[in-house]
Design a protein around this ligand. Sequence first.
Ligand code: SF4
Ligand code: SF4
Length: 291
Amino acid sequence: METAIISGKGGTGKSSISAAFAMIAGEVVLADCDVDAANLYILFDPEKEEERVYVGGKKAVIDYDLCTNCGLCVDYCRFHAIHTIDGKVEISEVSCDGCKLCARVCPFDAISMVENNLSRMFSGNFRGGKMVYGRLAPGEENSGKLVNMVRAKAKELAKEGNFSHIIIDGPPGIGCAVISAISGVNQVVIVTEPSMSGLHDLKRAVEVTQKFNLNPWVLINKFDLNTEMTVVIENYCRKSGLKIAGKLPFDPIVVDAMVNLKSIPEWAPESEISSRLKKIWRKIVGGKNPC
Ligand code: SF4
Ligand code: SF4
């Protein structure tokens, strides 16, 4: 069973919750698909059994033996990736979109396109089973394709090791990387916070999941910071036929656990938040609709 944890935006506590579920579930394959800002590897320090290069598009490179500094490419680049610095034309790797226009207009054939190959996918053992994660290098593109690569590896590991659960820590937002993270999964948990913007982001995330015929679970994090908005979100879920997985209170234990490189149930197994997380996980895997 593949369970993806997503959120309409970053900073909702999605990764802490994914990490907690991974440890509660026991032997799992944990796939960190937040490839722009992977962080679960810091928490779990997995062994690196395998490292694969991910080619995320191309970038322009200047051959200075041919370049005459004519400046034509500077004028043509719509992404403002080419600048004259100390009298020399230079391309910013981070800003270059790989559109090839500069290579086409250069009268001296001084620009060629080379593969972006700094992004990586890693996999190996961690203390909760197997872990896969992707790290997209700054300026590299196609995060959705890297997410697909991470998910394919997670499935391979689950099959090899006979793991019954894959937990996906999805990217924030509703972009193509999120679509790659949820397509074909068995279930999705959307983590939200009790605020107007939280509700707005939740609605956008719900729309995305419904395009894939998924009926998502909604988990309200830090519900006690705004109980009125929590009620508004619960009412929205009920009216929309969404399943409420549960509510988690604001708890400094969450940050303490992260700082000490532990998941919440490892750091504070007897805490209220750990027991709520265990209950929520049981509800999700049991597939019961509490509404
Ligand atoms: S167009 Fe070609 S020759 Fe002119 S500055 Fe750019 S790279 Fe150099
Ligand atoms: S490939 Fe496109 S984006 Fe990159 S430097 Fe050339 S013109 Fe600019």
